[in-house]
Write a protein that binds this ligand. Structure first.
Ligand code: HMG
Length: 392
């Protein structure tokens, strides 16, 4: 069967972050709770002149250098931080990236799961047409509110992927297990800026569906735990990923996993997530990027198991095989520099960014330049957002 999957991958996160120790001190929490209890070290904070559109365009710009832009005839934009109830955020990105006019653009929503929905929906389209290339972008900003229990699991960023036949990074295997159940573990009514969450219940559902989807996936594929060299999970907080992996191991009759075994099986998939925080739809694929760029071993021809979870809820377990020369398609130095060169915020600056509001009465506001990425939100006026390429 013809291989299809991820041909190029790009990443963008904001130029600002909050250290979890500052948040812990401000909220009267022991710093070890966030660092060890959640496994989180820093979280990205999105300034007023960035949003899911600008972050998506920045991530998209990075991948387009690997392909002929005219070959892209579909842009799938996965987000749960929509900026409009009708117009797809991807249409702004389509213009910023100069995609061809013969290109379908659509926004996908199902909490953190929708990038996986996009990936799985793209696969039959790619098998149908060998020349086609699909741009899949996941872009999100996690907001729970100041002084809430979810505050320590915020973050933001975008992952862009070119999907094609004969992919140069990862070929997606056809077998997968998926599971839907109508639950209220995390949701955001249309009138709210911040998510509502039943935190403990959401973790229970996340863990329950690992088993459900794995069971189905292994029945269909005939594979076992040890047929997977690495595992990548959706990352709300790194500690939950470790718990999920332990659950999966126990479910497979492995009663204990040493720290080293855990480290080897999750590889470096949590490294970037510890610094960026939850970026919802992008979090699983940021885990993949982190793994490919930071794993000490050569992963060529090795199989990775993926667990995608979106509250509400839908989850899916699937797998992919790393392709030869995948390293030549990565830009580890750039991504590490992006993370290293970010500006740390004080608590007051973080709260200032957080509390910033765009006009909702049709008034005009020119937005200050926070010196972030290539693309920025320059103005909101007459209920419209105006974006610009800051490098032009
Ligand atoms: P919390 O109330 O902040 O934390 O909730 P906790 O009290 O449960 O403590 C966390 C851990 O820290 C515990 O470890 C404590 O013992 C430990 P555990 O018992 O679980 O092993 N701890 C300490 N460790 C060391 N030193 C200390 C210390 N003190 C305590 N001094 C929670 C955490 C993640 C629930 C919260 O941040 C939250 O509600 N976040 C939002 C929801 C969420 O992330 N859910 C995850 C699953 S749902 C999902 O992934 C979907 C999602 O991405 C959305 C979507 O799909 O769109 C969220």
């Amino acid at each position: 069967m013809m291989k299809v999957g991820i041909d190029a991958i790009g990443f963008y996160t904001s130029n600002y972050y909050l250290d979890m120790d500052i948040l812990a001190k401000a909220r009267g929490v022991d710093a070890n709770k966030f660092r060890t209890g959640l496994g989180q070290e820093q979280m990205a904070v999105v300034p007023p002149d960035e949003d899911v559109v600008t972050m998506a365009a920045d991530a998209g710009f990075e991948v387009l250098k690997h392909v002929d832009v005219n070959e892209i005839d579909l842009l799938l934009f996965a987000t749960e931080s929509a900026i409009d109830q009708s117009k797809a955020a991807g249409i702004f990105v389509h213009r910023l990236l100069n995609l061809p006019s013969r290109c379908r653009v659509v926004e996908l929503k199902q909490a953190c799961y929708s990038a996986t929905a996009g990936l799985q929906m793209a696969i039959p389209l790619l098998r149908e047409n060998p020349k086609r290339k699909i741009l899949l972008i996941a872009s999100d900003e996690a907001r729970y509110g100041l002084n809430t229990t979810g505050e320590s699991s915020q973050g933001g960023g975008a992952i862009a992927m070119v999907l094609s036949q004969n992919p140069r990074i990862l070929s997606i295997e056809p077998e997968s297990g998926f599971y839907t159940e109508d639950v209220m573990d995390f949701w955001r009514p249309n009138y709210r800026e911040e998510a509502l969450v039943d935190g403990k219940y959401s973790c229970e559902m996340y863990l329950k569906l690992v088993q459900k989807t794995w069971e189905q996936y292994t029945q269909i594929s005939g594979r076992t735990f040890f047929d997977h060299a690495r595992f990548c999970y959706h990352v709300p907080v790194p500690k939950l990923v470790e718990k999920a992996h332990l659950c999966l191991a126990r479910f497979n009759g492995i009663s204990a996993i040493s720290r080293d075994e855990m480290q080897a099986q999750l590889g470096a998939s949590l490294e970037y997530g510890r610094l960026v925080g939850n970026c919802y739809t992008a979090a699983l694929y940021l885990g993949l990027l982190s793994l490919l760029e930071n794993d000490p071993e050569d992963l060529t021809h090795r199989r990775i198991g993926f667990y995608s979870y979106g509250s509400g809820c839908i989850a899916e377990f699937f797998s992919g095989v790393v392709q030869e020369n995948y390293k030549s398609m990565l830009d580890m130095v750039r991504h590490r520099d992006m993370l290293k060169s970010r500006i740390p915020l004080s608590l007051a600056e973080y709260e200032g960014f957080y509390n910033f509001r765009y006009p909702v009465d049709g008034g005009s506001l020119v937005i200050s330049n926070y010196q972030t990425g290539r693309y920025r939100l320059a103005e909101v006026s007459d209920h419209k957002r105006f974006y610009e390429n800051a490098k032009l």
